[in-house]
Write a protein that binds this ligand. Structure first.
Ligand SMILES: [Fe+2]
Length: 248
């Protein structure tokens, strides 16, 4: 298997995405997969879409779905950012607009190959279900999730990286600083967020997988540049800018 970077929740943050691509290239990664939420919240949706459309695999996130099919159920901040994002894509030059829109329309909700499953949310709700670290105390829920996992499920959505085990543990990237071997045991692996981490560490999060192991990585990027851009767009604004710095 080629060395593969698995990314999620880029959220239109070009500075973070470019830093991750650069870091991964320096680690001989040749293949990129993305688990959704390429857009939403961040100032560069079009640029991030153009980069990700060259990835070997991309999954539909709830923010892509919200851009494609305006629905209710998002908080007002997310809704405003989604409307702004939709306008940026639809106001692109026609050829670019069609390319970006059709890329969004083709994104699958779930991909399964060779015992691996890729979703944005969770095995039971591929696009929108959140699996938080505290869910390990709900054994029935864990059982329902794991019975749909072939061997490993890679996911994002919570923006909190870590590994869920069938014996109800949540292992953080710090717990796994030497990497993690892919044995026969089932796992749910959250790769964290490139563009809007929420685990208290503002650096971009992603994961590298090789033949039989994976490891988490954090990459510092110029968050001040992104914050300036977000602040200058009224539909995004100071709340989202602060969130980048606080990583909460
Ligand atoms: Fe997200």
């Amino acid at each position: 298997m080629a060395k593969t970077a698995i990314l999620s929740d880029i959220h239109g943050n070009l500075e973070a995405l470019e830093a991750v691509l650069h870091d991964a290239a320096g680690k001989s990664v040749t293949r990129f997969w993305c688990l959704g939420d390429i857009v939403g919240y961040g100032p560069n949706p079009n640029e991030c879409l153009d980069i990700c459309c060259d990835f070997e695999l991309c999954i539909l996130g709830n923010h892509e779905n919200g851009v494609l099919f305006p629905t209710e159920g998002f908080n007002s901040q997310a809704e405003r950012s989604m409307e702004w994002t939709r306008r940026q894509i639809l106001n692109s030059p026609p050829a670019r607009r069609d390319q970006r829109w059709s890329f969004l329309n083709r994104l699958p909700r779930v991909v399964q190959r060779e015992g691996l499953m890729f979703v944005h949310g969770s095995p039971v709700g591929p696009m929108s279900d959140y699996v938080f670290p505290e869910d390990i105390s709900n054994l029935r829920r864990l059982e329902r999730l794991f019975c749909l996992v072939p061997r490993i499920c890679f996911q994002g959505h919570t923006h909190i990286p870590g590994v869920f085990t069938t014996d109800a543990r949540f292992l953080t990237p710090t717990d796994l600083s030497d990497g993690f071997g892919l044995g026969e045991h089932k796992l749910m692996v959250n790769v964290g967020s490139v563009g809007q981490p929420r685990d208290g560490d503002p650096r971009a999060s992603y994961l590298i997988m090789d033949e039989d192991w994976f490891e988490f990585h954090r990459v510092a990027y110029n968050v001040e540049t992104t914050i300036e851009k977000v602040t200058a767009i009224p539909e995004l604004g100071p709340y989202l800018a602060n969130r980048l710095k606080q990583a909460k």
